[in-house]
Design a protein around this ligand. Structure first.
Ligand code: FNR
Length: 190
């Protein structure tokens, strides 16, 4: 049975280059299934609102994360960190205490930017939270995708063959990473 990978895109922009890249990555992840899980409408995490009457959107989000075997993060860098919306999603999924939906799920991170540093700052800030959330995050290959606006055409297709082979290899390694790190108790079986 193929793995199901939850995809979280850190940008909320309709024309987001990270969203386009996430679509490309999903198309190259042969043999895996992908669930793009939206983060845009999650109310800001507030412990006072959590519990039986928590916002419905939090419950739906947690259920969708619980149902996947692994998580692929594709995000821009905002001010050398991750966008607030993505951090909020991590916070929502991490609570109530002791019931984090992230626990043990293998992860991979790709960051993309029109700039030259390829979202390195965001990539590593995100890794810091994943350490605490107990998500084994693939270390190699790394994906700091710089000059991202020049890699895709208007329809979101890759323009260079080298990018395609790199992203394909990234997804192949991610599948191996999931095989090695997925826990049998957490593996979701349909
Ligand atoms: C940015 N951008 C940006 N780029 C970068 O490489 N490092 C950074 O620290 C920042 N900081 C930053 C802050 C804020 C608030 C915004 C809105 C933008 C530029 C960013 O990379 C660019 O807008 C990308 O297009 C964002 O990715 P999406 O939305 O195309 O996926």
């Amino acid at each position: 049975q193929p793995f199901t990978v939850g995809v979280l895109v850190g940008s909320l922009r309709k024309d987001s280059v990270n969203l386009k890249l996430a679509n490309v990555l999903a198309s190259l992840g042969h043999g895996m299934m992908f669930d793009f899980i939206p983060i845009a409408d999650l109310p800001l995490y507030n412990p006072d609102l959590d519990g039986p009457d928590a916002p419905v959107a939090w419950g739906q989000f947690r259920a969708r994360i619980r149902a996947v075997d692994a998580v692929l993060f594709v995000t821009p860098e905002y001010n050398r960190s991750i966008p607030g919306g993505l951090k909020n999603a991590l916070d929502v999924g991490s609570r109530p205490m002791g019931r984090s939906v992230w626990n043990g799920k293998p992860a991979a991170i790709a960051t993309a930017s029109p700039g030259g540093i390829g979202g390195f700052g965001a990539n590593h800030v995100l890794r810091q939270s994943l350490v605490f959330l107990n998500m084994p995050a693939m270390q190699q290959p790394e994906a700091y995708i710089g000059g991202a606006f020049d890699l895709l055409d208007a329809e979101g297709r890759l323009v260079k063959r080298e990018t395609k082979s790199f992203l394909e290899s990234f997804m192949r390694h991610f599948e191996i990473w999931i095989v090695r790190n997925v826990s049998d108790d957490l593996r979701v079986r349909a």
